[in-house]
Design a protein around this ligand. Sequence first.
Ligand SMILES: Cc1cc2nc3c(=O)[nH]c(=O)nc-3n(C[C@H](O)[C@H](O)[C@H](O)COP(=O)(O)OP(=O)(O)OC[C@H]3O[C@@H](n4cnc5c(N)ncnc54)[C@H](O)[C@@H]3O)c2cc1C
Length: 481
Amino acid sequence: MAAISNSLPLKHGLSLWCPQSSALHRPNPSSSLLTFRTFRRCYAAFANDNREYVIVGGGNAAGYAARTFVEHGLADGRLCIVTKEAYAPYERPALTKAYLFPQDKKPARLPGFHTCVGSGGERQTPEWYKEKGIEMLYEDPVKSIDIEQQTLTTNSGKLLKYGSLIIATGATASRFPEKIGGNLPGVHYIRDVADADSLVSSLEKARKVVVVGGGYIGMEVAAAAVGWQLDTTIIFPEDHLLQRLFTPSLARRYEELYQKNGVKILKGSSIKSLEAGSNGHVASVKLGDGSTIEADTVVIGIGAKPAVGPFERVGLNTEVGGIQVDGLFRTSVPGIFAIGDVAAFPLKIYNRIARVEHVDHARRSAQHCVKALLSAQTHTYDYLPYFYSRVFEYEGSPRKVWWQFFGDNVGETVEVGNFDPKIATFWIESGKLKGVLLESGSPEEFQLLPTLARSQPVVDKAKLQKASSVEEALDIVKASL
Ligand SMILES: Cc1cc2nc3c(=O)[nH]c(=O)nc-3n(C[C@H](O)[C@H](O)[C@H](O)COP(=O)(O)OP(=O)(O)OC[C@H]3O[C@@H](n4cnc5c(N)ncnc54)[C@H](O)[C@@H]3O)c2cc1C
């Protein structure tokens, strides 16, 4: 049974399983009540020592995992979350969106965006965790693991014995080296609330902002700086914005929109160094071609690395990085799982191993992993890649932008629409629709995208090319389902 093979009782010392029984894994209310009382007695005896389920990392995936434990009636007194941050899990994408709105445009602040509000669930504030009997260890990162002893050691020296362990450590922002000014005051990286707070306090007094990186973080931060009416330049080495996904033509539409909003765009540019002024604060950005741009605030958005930190021994993937797992999020070590940004998992639909640094995968992988751990669910994860971004959404913005993409951006493309405000791009390979991006769609149109990308219908490319509107193009591909 999956429940037995997925989870391990504590191997050393006294087990938390009192009595040890696979029934503990099943969401059977009557048996849960019985074992819960017994467990509470054990728990009291081994407080701060043994834990039945431990999640390391308190981000998006951890929040959704906690909710799934609660739904199975297996959180109370059994689940512990150990996190580096001072906050209960929150919807991280907000940090470069509503969190960066200027003060007069109602910026988002905690507790407004704790998980799982992002998917329409209950808002999981610190009180929610208390009420549900989930132990939260804040600001105490795990620094080492002993796989044999099934123990974790935290920065403060706590030794935590676990029955089953879920690694949900996410990713860390890539940084510029210190020797080229990567740590100067006024240089920002955004991964957590503390980073976003520090950026907001810089934006409050900034005049000239340089954003390094043309990915979604760079695009979102540059759009936010426009909301603060700051002189903003975005610099990146590629030929166009969001090179990983956008076609050159699609990127051109967004670039024009940014330029209309006053953002200067420097493409194909490398950074030589970030230079300090006489006060030690960043004052300019030196480019590879020798030119210099004045800046009092620099935001670096050049990607992220999986936070494998203390868990390298659990088994890393050499191609995509991160911790290798199977379709049930099991690592090669029995009883240890990995989810979210840090997991390298089989992307079944395209038959490859992938790491996906997006919130939709964080949510779904957490739910899938915990269900497999706690119940007899054995079907493997079958994820359809989904990315989105929203920019220029503050009050008074002349043009709000919201795009969604589903599927794989492979093959030839057909673009329909004039970006006023709608546009759609279809990726077609061997006659089949593989991916679709839609800007400013209606809720019904956005809802159609995953069906299209998953079904991969054969489409009439010539007919699609002749479509005179996004609506007509969507009707054509819908008819081929
Ligand atoms: C600014 C920003 C904007 C984003 N915008 C979008 C977007 O618009 N759309 C989208 O799809 N995705 C977006 N993402 C990506 C999305 O937020 C991530 O994919 C998602 O948060 C991943 O969830 P996770 O739980 O795996 O990692 P995280 O949410 O990063 O959580 C990991 C947690 O683990 C903690 N941690 C790390 N190491 C340890 C340790 N050793 N011990 C204890 N705790 C540890 C971290 O501090 C963190 O709290 C954005 C990300 C960022 C940073």
